[in-house]
Ligand binder design. Structure first.
Ligand SMILES: [Zn+2]
Length: 281
């Protein structure tokens, strides 16, 4: 991915072109992937327009022009700041329809995203030759959707599965329990490859889904073991033990996912939270 420049259109498959947004960071890896779907000369769909960055929106419009197509639909996997703020300005330039779930008002989501269509789980979005099956995948955030491109069986995972890093789960809109249930749902689908919101195409989808699930369950077991040793503990007590394999500069982020693990263990009835912010095994 390092040799791919932001703004450069890269053909991924017969119906898919990727344009990398210029927003690399610890959360976004090389940046957000925006995808253009459709056949040259036909109607086009933009999946995850990315940040409201003028240069990135210009790059998407240029890529559409090179394809000789017209952007009709703009679809968002979810409404975090690196995925959906480009939707409104791109719609203003193209007249395209906005599709996705509205943003929860938790302070971490892009309230500028106002969808024209809120698609039902399992429904199909049709745009030109493209047929995208909608798969509700709450977990990273409650409004998260994945999309399966019919024919190619390419799964667009947004932030549900990233290439090269672990997804952060921020409660209460993020839920570890829902995240794992969404993984199980994906494991039953005929997926040929994964096109993530960050990073490169993954060609062994069922291995990725199984390995991601195992990684989360291993972290959950480690959380439970640490809490049983300490009997009672806060997030700050648990953090250095449960994430002793993660560099300290990542601990502030890891703390959010640790909280999500503890909430799941309470929901499962495995541990309790006798005082707010104190857990007991
Ligand atoms: Zn996100």
């Amino acid at each position: 991915m390092s040799d791919i420049l932001a703004g450069q259109a890269v053909r991924i498959s017969e119906h898919v072109v990727r344009v990398l947004a210029p927003n690399p960071s610890v959360f976004t890896g090389p940046g957000t992937n925006s995808y253009l779907l459709g056949r040259p000369g036909g109607d086009l769909l933009v999946l995850d327009p990315g940040p409201a960055d003028e240069a990135h929106i210009a790059a998407l419009l240029d890529a559409a022009q090179v394809m000789g197509g017209t952007i009709r639909d703009i679809v968002c996997t979810h409404t975090h700041e690196d995925h959906s703020p480009g939707a409104a300005p791109l719609a203003a330039r193209t007249g395209a329809r906005l599709i996705g779930n509205p943003a929860p008002a938790d302070g971490f989501n892009d309230l500028s995203f106002c969808p024209d269509l809120v698609p039902a789980d399992g429904s199909v979005i049709a745009c030109g030759d493209v047929r995208l099956r909608v798969i509700a995948t709450p977990g990273h955030v409650s409004n998260h959707l994945c999309f399966l491109l019919e024919g190619e069986n390419l799964l667009f995972t947004g932030d549900h599965i990233m290439q090269g890093s672990t997804v952060v789960i921020v409660p209460p809109e993020g839920s570890m329990r829902e995240y794992l249930a969404s993984m199980e749902k994906l494991s039953a689908l005929p997926i040929a490859a994964i096109a993530p919101g960050h990073g490169t195409i993954m060609h062994d989808p069922q291995h990725v889904i199984a390995a991601t699930t195992r990684h989360r369950l291993a972290r959950e077991s480690k959380t439970l073991r640490a809490l049983r040793d300490m009997q009672r503990a806060t997030l700050d007590d648990l953090l250095p033990r449960v994430y002793d394999d993660v560099p300290p500069f990542m601990h502030a982020i890891a703390k959010l996912s640790l909280h999500a693990h503890l909430i799941k263990l309470v929901e499962d009835g495995t541990i309790t939270e006798p005082l707010p912010g104190t857990w007991q095994a």
